[in-house]
Design a protein around this ligand. Structure first.
Ligand code: 48H
Length: 262
């Protein structure tokens, strides 16, 4: 008897996902969060031959990109990050009254960043929340993950584990992974206080510069990019301008590539 098509479909999905998931339980780099800085990092890492997986809590990766500014679905990117937009084939137009600044469609940007990361070879697992880190011998060694619906419903279900040479906190404003590390592993990170210093109010140019400047390894095996890096080091926020996020994603990828000797 030939297999029912209903069965063929279900089998194909379960097998294909299981292979992808099992292969991603040991990676070179594990990224938490699927925001813009993470998507750029994932693409640069994958292109350098780094085995990389992204774990995103929400159903749709893209983080804070989709909504533009106050749900007006356009964002601004400055000249310094235009090469990254071009690499992802994201269209942009320069402001006539503010040369050096460009507007772009935030939905095009979110979808192109995700597509670019996946096509370069990064694996993205959506609806997966990182609830803890693996911490052994004074180093961050990986992530503890569970399904977001399990987290949201407060179900008492034990998690699974991903082992990684490098963990990147791309969780945005809350710096969730670095906070877990300082709280639970009681470590001091590479900031002026040894702790997460917290985000300051809006000052666009300062925030953009500090996001990139503070993108680095904060503790052996633990890097931060994007808004998380800015929050760790006490930088100012910048609103819906995304050049700093894109440049931060590239910088963290370069730091991880250098660390792994790839
Ligand atoms: C799995 C998680 C977890 C977890 C969080 O905030 P993001 O868009 O990330 P960035 O830093 O690349 O971009 C920041 C930008 O969007 C922004 O907010 C700006 C520019 N703000 C300026 C301002 O002034 O406000 O995305 C982070 C992602 C989200 O999708 C979360 O769902 C996800 O990380 N995430 N995923 N496990 N524990 N925590």
């Amino acid at each position: 008897m030939s297999k029912a098509i209903e069965n063929v479909i279900s089998n194909a999905i379960v097998r294909s996902f299981s292979n992808k998931f099992a292969d991603s339980l040991t990676v070179d780099a594990a990224i938490v969060g699927g925001g813009p800085s993470a998507m750029v990092a994932a693409r640069y890492l994958a292109e350098a031959g780094v085995k990389v997986a992204v774990f995103e809590r929400k159903l749709a990766p893209g983080g804070g990109t989709w909504g533009g500014g106050m749900l007006f679905n356009e964002v601004v990117v400055q000249d310094s990050a235009i090469a990254i937009l071009d690499k992802f084939n994201i269209r942009h137009s320069e402001l006539a009254d503010a040369p050096g600044y460009h507007t772009l469609d935030s939905v095009e940007m979110a979808s192109a960043l995700i597509y670019g990361a996946v096509h370069a070879g990064a694996k993205i697992f959506n609806s997966v929340s990182v609830e803890d880190i693996v911490f052994k011998n004074g180093k961050v060694n990986g992530l503890v993950i569970n399904w977001t619906p399990v987290e949201r419903l407060g179900m008492h279900v034990d998690p699974l584990t991903v082992i990684a040479e490098a963990v990147i906190d791309g969780t945005g404003h809350p710096s969730e992974i670095i906070r877990m590390a300082t709280d639970k592993a009681q470590i001091k990170i590479d900031t002026a206080t040894g702790q997460v210093m917290g985000e300051r109010p809006m000052w666009v140019d300062s925030g953009e510069a500090s996001t990139v400047e503070n993108t680095k390894e904060y503790f052996p095996g633990l890097f931060a990019c994007g808004m998380s890096a800015n929050n760790c080091s006490g930088g100012y926020r910048m609103g819906p301008i995304f050049g700093g996020m894109l440049l931060s994603g590239k910088k963290v990828a370069e730091a991880v590539i250098a660390k792994l000797g790839k």
